[in-house]
Design a protein around this ligand. Structure first.
Ligand code: PGA
Length: 258
């Protein structure tokens, strides 16, 4: 099975380092599918110079159409630059830039309207996890997001013949990233991951959008745990932060699959 292996570089690497990384990566053929969420200033350049690779933004504007929004860029601008994915609602954006589920839902709509695949991040805090309230928390996040987009987009999301926004057949990617796992070297137990991925999958099935949604795990994924994580049922891939900054490590992770 092909897994999505998504690198989230965050605000790291110089342009030269990014080019070097992509030059190395493009020499390989992988069964798994790499997507690189590079810093915004590099995206158009990288997508133009490495058409064989897939790139993702780490964020897009809440505003859909062109206008007086200094510092912002739209999903359609990304698509114009041949960037077909964007992370939406990463916990760093939720926490540091106060992004609410409502803002996130709008950004998802903007992506879908421009045929950009949103990689929607959800996940609980340590406190919620320790109080074992993560099921309710995740349901709530999913409900808040999908309540806003379901009516308008469910037909489109269910239509297999709908033209894909990228070379990946899924229209939406959900990244389950428990906040307490990000950059901490702690991951949920395999039992917990099994439980949570089943839960998300059941939620999507009930909302009848499961066919067009991929679900990936993010948070302290590394060379030692990637195979175990990919072996979990219902997991379609991983989102990797720190361990994706080195091309050799990332390539090794791409070569590992369940
Ligand atoms: P990490 O980050 O792999 O460094 O934990 C993941 C992420 O924030 O997407």
């Amino acid at each position: 099975m092909t897994s999505l292996i998504i690198a989230n570089w965050k605000m790291n690497l110089s342009l030269e380092e990014s080019v070097e990384f992509c030059t190395t990566l493009k020499k390989y053929k992988f069964k798994n599918h790499p997507i690189i969420a590079a810093p915004a200033p590099y995206l158009a350049y990288l997508a133009h110079n490495f058409p064989e690779l897939d790139f993702s933004a780490q964020n897009i504007s809440f505003f859909e159409n062109n206008g007086p929004y200094s510092g912002e860029y739209s999903a359609s601008m990304l698509r114009g630059c041949k960037v077909y994915y964007s992370l939406i609602g990463h916990s760093e954006r939720r926490n540091l830039f106060y992004e609410s589920d409502k803002i996130i839902a709008q950004k998802i709509k903007n992506c879908l309207n421009s045929s950009v695949t949103p990689i929607i991040c959800i996940g609980e805090t340590l406190d919620v996890h320790e109080r074992k309230k993560y099921k309710e928390f995740l349901f709530n996040q999913l409900n808040n997001i999908f309540f806003e987009i379901n009516d308008e987009y469910s037909i489109e999301l269910n239509d297999h013949k709908q033209k894909g926004s990228s070379n990946h057949p899924k229209r939406i990617i959900i990244a389950y990233e428990p906040i307490w796992s990000i950059g901490t070297n702690k991951i949920p137990s395999l039992d917990q991951l099994n439980e949570i991925f089943k839960l998300i999958n059941n939620y999507l099935k009930e909302s009848s959008i499961a066919n067009n949604v991929a679900i990936v795990y993010g948070g302290s994924v590394n060379l030692d745990n990637i195979e175990q994580i990919l072996s979990i049922e219902n997991i379609d891939g991983v989102l990797i932060g720190n361990a994706s900054l080195n091309s050799q490590t990332f390539i090794e992770m791409l070569q590992r699959s369940y």
